[in-house]
Design a protein around this ligand. Structure first.
Ligand SMILES: O=C(O)CCC(=O)C(=O)O
Ligand SMILES: [Mn+2]
Length: 191
C-alpha cells in the first residue's frame, strides 16, 4: 500500500508504482493511444511539444493553457479509471487532461496546476502509461528537487499545498524513450 509523504511547506505526495497491473496498463495504453482524439494544441501560435485530449463532466466549462473548453461527459473506460483514482487518492474529480509524449523531445516545462478554478489546495493525480519518464518537482524558493521515474501503470498524487510551493515538469530527455501517455485528473470548482 503506497503512503503519503510530506514535502517542504505542506505539500503532500503519494506515489504508487503498482497502481495498474501490467496487463491492464498494456490494454489501456493501446486503447488510449489508438482511440482518443489526440491533437497538438497551439498556444499563441506556438504548437505545444506534446499531444492532448481532455474530458470533463457534461457541460462543465474550464480552461487550460489559455484554451477554453466545455466538457461532453466520460467514456466508460475513463469513467472506470477515474473511480479507481478517486479510491486511491481520497479525492473526487470532474475533469481529465491527457498528455501524449511521442518521444524524448516532447515535454512539459516547469509550471504549477494553480489555475483559480482548481480551488485553494487542489489534488492533482497523474497516471502514467508507456515509457518511463522523469517527473521533476522543484521547490520555488529553496530549489530543492524531487525526481520520480514514472513507470507504466503508476500513480502520482500531488496534494496539500504542493501547487503553491512546488513547480513540476516532465523535461525533454536524450535517452532513447518511446511513447508515454499521462492522465491528469483535476476537480474544477464551479462558482
Ligand atoms: O505528464 C505528466 O506527468 C505531467 C503533466 C502535467 O503536469 C500537466 O498536464 O499539467
Ligand atoms: Mn501539471
Amino acid at each position: 500500500m503506497a503512503e503519503w509523504i510530506e514535502i517542504r511547506d505542506g505539500g503532500q505526495l503519494l506515489y504508487d508504482p503498482d497502481f495498474c497491473s501490467k496487463e491492464k496498463a498494456d490494454a489501456l495504453f493501446a486503447w488510449l493511444r489508438n482511440e482518443l482524439p489526440w491533437k497538438q494544441e497551439k498556444v499563441r501560435g506556438t504548437p505545444l511539444p506534446r499531444l492532448n485530449a481532455w474530458f470533463a463532466d457534461d457541460g462543465l466549462r474550464y480552461s487550460y493553457s489559455g484554451l477554453s473548453h466545455t466538457g461532453t461527459g466520460w467514456l466508460p473506460e475513463l469513467e472506470e479509471i477515474k473511480k479507481e483514482v478517486e479510491a486511491a487518492s481520497g479525492a473526487t474529480f470532474n475533469s481529465l487532461l491527457l498528455n501524449f509524449y511521442r518521444d524524448g523531445k516532447d515535454s512539459i516545462g516547469f509550471h504549477t496546476d494553480a489555475e483559480p478554478e482548481l480551488g485553494e489546495n487542489p489534488v492533482v493525480v497523474t497516471v502514467s502509461f508507456g515509457s518511463v519518464r522523469e517527473f521533476v518537482l522543484k521547490h520555488k524558493k529553496s530549489k530543492e528537487t524531487l525526481k520520480y521515474r514514472l513507470g507504466h501503470g503508476s500513480l502520482l498524487v500531488m496534494g496539500g499545498t504542493s501547487q503553491h510551493h512546488w513547480l513540476h515538469a516532465l523535461p525533454k530527455t536524450e535517452e532513447e524513450v518511446g511513447e508515454r501517455i499521462s492522465l491528469t485528473f483535476r476537480r474544477i470548482v464551479t462558482a
